[in-house]
Design a protein around this ligand. Structure first.
Ligand code: GLC
Length: 568
């Protein structure tokens, strides 16, 4: 066994925190229009605090035509009226802080809505002063009838869109109504950095950066190389038969990550952080963090979204993330978000596996990001494609139905409505998401709402919610779990069934060790605890028990049980 990496100095708060993602449209509707809103979120903050969450990430609530439900912003400084007012936003930030929690806002820097005043100006004439705020090019010669080059959007198909009025093409990395800003124009960069400063001044403790990997494109507009890969994957961002060499993960974007970090670091006390939505292998994504950790503080590592739920696969995942993100870098663990299949899909809809996943996520070294509703074990919710609200569903309707489960197992969701159902709070009208007299909710309720809701699971010591809470609270109390180094252990039982690791924290005043044993099987697995240091008074916390027990001799892990043995 190699010597355990020990963390000796205090870590910044954002490395030790736990993050809960709220999709405002789907969390809680106070005004009764069937759409979630900011006052609704305020009403539910006590729940989030009770759960043991330390940081809340809010998906965008800024002014927007809502063609992509807030990821198409038309005014970065205003709140969409359906979500509330600026005053509600300030109150929300204050109420989060008053409960001792932090708040992360979602910054869509890459593009705006096509209804943003800048784009309306930009598209109006070739010589408009805002023309160069976006990326405009002539079509390919001789007739100009073909797009400027072969670049595909992140969704497949050309990302160039012809504008008849000025007979040029504009670039959009995502959907056509989300034109990319031109960061090579310094006015754009300055304006967006000032917008970032604005929200940090308003009290944001962290920022999540939407498709940050697409910010800079090749300045010479060279064609992307061809590839044989049809489906984008973590190792090959791009897909659709080309490598996204000139459209994603550009060296200038790595440099911009450092510029942005410098802006965020202008704000201290408390310190702030940025987490990037970026796609690529862990080794590539490390580049965003900068050569000396002076870039993005964190990046989402989405590989976890398609890791099979097996002991060895999780061990390999941790090995890979640990070697790509050694201290002072810090990994993240994500199993769902508002774009991805519900995590239960990969857990065979088994609640016991969900309780084990919570144990893993809250005990591993890395920031856990928990998507609302996953703490209830909500299953994948299939919805008819023709009634979809998500613009992607329309775009992908040609994909045959039989392929959808395979794509979902790879972490790809073609109708994102399916992971955005209203949060089920209780078994009554509208599952408590909206007042009883509200009209229909913006998306149908999850079919499990009557039983899989907060009220029912709060009472149940065996529920998924109770396991999440146990593990979040344990992590919150334990320096080893929240701030310790990590070492993978040779498991005391079959390595195909049990995954084990150790976390150690040490500073001048404290020392704490945790050993974690996760039983990834439907069989009982005995573990031997006799080798623990004699002097230690070790306690064993299980995801299945309320109170700790003395950790001595042999412990038999029940099927899918996760146990944490802690000592000082
Ligand atoms: C990100 C968001 C997604 C959005 C897209 C365009 O991937 O998570 O919801 O549609 O960017 O902004």
């Amino acid at each position: 066994m190699s010597s355990t990496k020990v963390v000796q100095s205090e870590l910044p708060w954002w490395k030790c925190t736990t993050v809960y993602q709220i999709y405002p449209r789907s969390f809680s509707d106070q005004t009764g229009d069937g759409i979630g809103d900011l006052p609704g979120i305020i009403d539910r903050l006590d729940y989030v605090k009770w759960l043991g969450i330390e940081t809340i990430w809010l998906s965008p609530f800024f002014e927007s035509p809502q063609a992509d439900f807030g990821y198409d912003i038309s005014d970065h400084f205003g709140v969409a009226p359906e979500y509330g007012s600026l005053e509600d936003c300030r109150r929300l930030i204050d109420e989060i802080h008053a409960r001792g929690m932090k708040v992360v806002l979602d910054m869509v820097l890459n593009h705006t809505s096509d209804q943003h005043p800048w784009f309306l100006e930009s598209r109006s004439a070739r010589n408009n002063p805002y023309r160069d705020f976006y990326i405009w090019r002539d079509g390919r010669k001789p007739y100009g009838a073909a797009p400027p080059n072969n670049w595909r959007s992140m969704l497949g198909g050309s990302g160039w869109h012809h504008d008849a009025q000025t007979d040029q093409w504009y670039w959009a990395s995502f959907l056509p109504f989300q034109p990319d800003l031109n960061y090579r124009n310094l006015q754009v960069k300055r304006a967006m950095l000032d917008m970032v400063r604005h929200w940090l001044r308003e009290g944001a403790d962290g920022l999540r950066l939407d498709i940050f990997n697409a910010i800079y494109k090749d300045a010479a507009f060279a064609d992307n190389p061809r590839s044989l890969r049809a489906i984008p994957s973590e190792d090959n961002p791009g897909g659709f038969f080309q490598r996204a060499l000139h459209t994603q993960n550009h060296p200038d974007t790595f440099a911009f990550a450092r510029e942005l970090r410098a802006v965020v670091d202008e704000f201290e006390d408390p310190s702030r952080f940025i987490v990037g939505e970026v796609f690529g292998s862990p080794d590539l994504l490390r580049e965003y963090c900068g050569p000396s950790g002076d870039g993005l503080n964190l990046v989402f590592l989405f590989k976890s979204l398609r890791t099979p739920f097996r002991a060895r696969a999780f061990r390999d995942l941790v090995d890979e993330f640990e070697s790509a993100f050694p201290e002072p870098l810090h990994p993240t663990y994500v199993f769902g978000n508002h774009d991805r299949p519900r995590q239960m899909e990969r857990l065979s809809n088994d609640l016991a596996r969900a309780r084990l996943l919570a144990t893993f996520q809250m005990t591993v070294r890395g920031v856990p990001f928990i998507y609302y509703g996953d703490e209830l074990g909500l299953s994948h919710h299939e919805m008819p494609r023709d009634a979809a609200r998500d613009p992607l569903a329309r775009r992908f309707r040609f994909i045959p139905k039989f392929m959808l489960p395979t794509l979902r197992r790879r972490g790809i969701l073609t109708n994102r409505d399916e992971c955005r159902s209203p949060m089920p709070w209780h078994g009554g009208a509208h599952a408590g998401f909206a007042p009883p007299d509200a009209p229909k909710t913006w998306l149908p309720l999850h079919p499990q709402s009557a039983i899989m809701n907060v009220a029912a699971q709060r009472q149940d010591p065996a529920s998924v919610l109770t396991s999440y809470r146990r593990m979040l609270q344990l992590r919150g109390r334990s320096l080893a779990l929240s701030a310790g180094g990590l070492e993978v252990l040779d498991p005391p039982a079959n390595p195909n069934k049990v995954f084990a690791y150790r976390r150690v924290y040490e500073d001048a005043d404290h020392q704490e060790t945790a050993e974690i044993f996760l039983n990834f099987s439907k069989r009982e697995m005995p573990i031997d605890l006799r080798d623990l240091p004699r002097s230690a008074e070790a306690r064993l916390y299980s995801n299945l028990h309320d109170a700790p027990i003395a950790a001595k001799g042999r412990h038999v892990l029940r099927p899918w049980e996760g146990a944490v043995v802690l000592w000082d």
